[in-house]
Design a protein around this ligand. Structure first.
Ligand code: GDP
Ligand code: IMO
Ligand code: MG
Length: 422
């Protein structure tokens, strides 16, 4: 039995927190796509942790954590993550397993990402510059290097051929980027040696066996549905399938083995990087969301753009993923707003529509809002659904009615304990 946990917006919905909260109910937590472009934050016992590639179940003794074949791994960032975990006494070799089929991010992939972005000027994607796009390009172009290659003595020959090709490609972009490849390569090789001390597995086989033994598996998504390479706001997306299908290809889970699809969203909307965002606010309300919600990227530190909840986009994500249960995060951030707005339709070239059109740039789309009453109550100390203020219950009921999926968790703060079940 496999459950999926997916971000339904433009990422940073709070996936790390919820995976950590749910891990005690699972035997295995498995990341299935993305790479160190992700920043998943967990908070407990007064400490904040940010994970990039390592699954968010790593702090629990009961669970095995798998980095699946769909993930792209930068050994250098991975090593830093491992270093940060050292003081927590986790048995990494037995608890963290890595798919041999996961692709490797080379230093030159990062440089190519930077060169590609620099060449685009104002049209840049706003990538996290972690080399994600170029690495997935090499994967689908059938040129990539995989974790399993590191088990063979000739991996450096493979590495050299690919890195040399990348260098020529960087020249092709004809942009100014400064780098010292020798330094980057020595850092990479050192990190590879650390990576090689970990346990590499045929993860699809491991997951088949676990399923046969009745183990409970939670697949942890990265990014969000609107950053999906097929269904997101292309080209302002990431380079993997962040939606439910990505768990099938990124882990080897058959579609008929998926049970629950847990969809996670913020009570409002945020986005980092470029691209259309119909409900984006440029006023005091948006600034308040950013300030109260501490909306800065966990990977890049960039301020996140903020706006009201977009139900047109959220419904689209619910449909694409087949979401069976919803989790609403950061409800506490909306406390104090007199009125809460929700986008329930778009004015698209003068016509009222309720689906996501091909183009959602602001010159085509204006959000149409429904206004609901806000609440003043501080939610951060609440522990039960009975304590939620009536106006928040009305907000939840409105969303459930619109989306036709129950909201099972309401999150009221970053800590593990600030989680209310309904
Ligand atoms: P992820 O990428 O989906 O794991 O999300 P991030 O970790 O990038 O961003 C979510 C941010 O919101 C983190 O700083 C979390 O600590 C924080 N957070 C999560 N849930 C809540 C919540 O309910 N309320 C508040 N105020 N912060 C939250
Ligand atoms: P988590 O898992 C938010 C965004 C980048 C950029 C676009 C492409 O923490 O939710 P990339 O580096 O993938 O080529 O960048 O996608 N992006 C994210 N935004 N959360 C993330 O991950 C993101 N990962 C990538 O800002 O707009
Ligand atoms: Mg994040």
């Amino acid at each position: 039995m496999v459950d999926l946990l997916l971000g339904l917006q433009w990422g940073d919905e709070g996936k790390g927190k919820i995976v950590d909260v749910l891990t005690k109910e699972y035997d295995i937590i498995a990341r299935f796509q993305g790479g160190p472009n992700a920043g998943h934050t967990l908070e407990f016992d007064g400490i904040k942790h940010v994970l990039h590639t390592i699954p968010s179940g790593i702090f629990h003794k009961n669970a095995i954590n798998i980095v699946g074949n769909g993930v792209v791994i930068d050994p250098v960032i991975f090593k830093k993550e491992l270093d940060n975990l050292k003081k927590f006494n986790i048995n990494i070799v037995s608890k963290l397993l890595i798919s041999r089929k996961a692709h490797l991010i080379l230093p030159t992939h990062r440089l190519l990402d930077a060169a590609s972005e620099a060449s685009k000027g104002k049209a840049k994607i706003g990538s996290t510059l972690k080399g994600i796009g170029p690495t997935y390009m090499d994967k689908t172009g059938r040129n990539g290097m995989r974790v399993g290659d590191l088990e063979f003595d000739d991996w450096k020959t493979k590495y050299r051929a690919l890195a040399d090709k990348h260098e020529a490609m960087i020249d092709f972009y004809n942009v100014e980027i400064e780098y010292n490849l020798a330094e980057l390569e020595s850092e990479f090789c050192e990190a590879v040696e650390t990576l090689k001390k970990l346990t590499f597995i045929d993860s699809e086989e491991y997951i088949f066996k676990a399923q046969a033994e009745g183990k409970k598996i939670l697949a942890e998504g990265a990014q969000g549905s609107l950053l999906d390479i097929d269904f997101g706001t292309y080209p302002f997306v990431t380079s993997s399938n962040t939606t439910a299908a990505g768990a099938c290809t990124g882990l080897g889970v058959a579609p008929n083995k998926i049970e629950k699809v847990l969809g996670i969203f913020k009570a409002y909307t945020t986005r980092v990087g470029s691209g259309p965002f119909p409900t984006e606010l440029f006023d005091e309300d948006g600034a308040t969301m950013g300030r109260v919600g501490n909306e800065f990227g966990a990977t890049t530190g960039r301020p996140r753009r903020c706006g009201w909840l977009d139900l047109v986009a959220l419904k689209y994500a619910v449909q694409i993923n087949g979401v069976t249960e919803l989790m609403m995060m950061k409800a506490d951030v909306l406390s104090g707003f007199k009125t809460i707005k929700v986008c329930t339709a778009y004015d698209y070239k003068g016509q009222k529509i309720q689906h996501l059109p091909y183009n959602i740039e602001s010159e085509y789309v204006t959000p149409i809002y429904t206004e609901l009453k806000g609440w003043a109550k501080d939610l951060t100390k609440l522990t039960t659904a009975e304590e939620l203020p009536p106006a928040l219950n009305d907000y939840i009921a409105f969303l459930e009615e619109h989306l036709q999926v129950p909201i099972k968790i309401v999150s009221v703060g970053p800590d593990r304990l600030q989680t209310i079940r309904r």
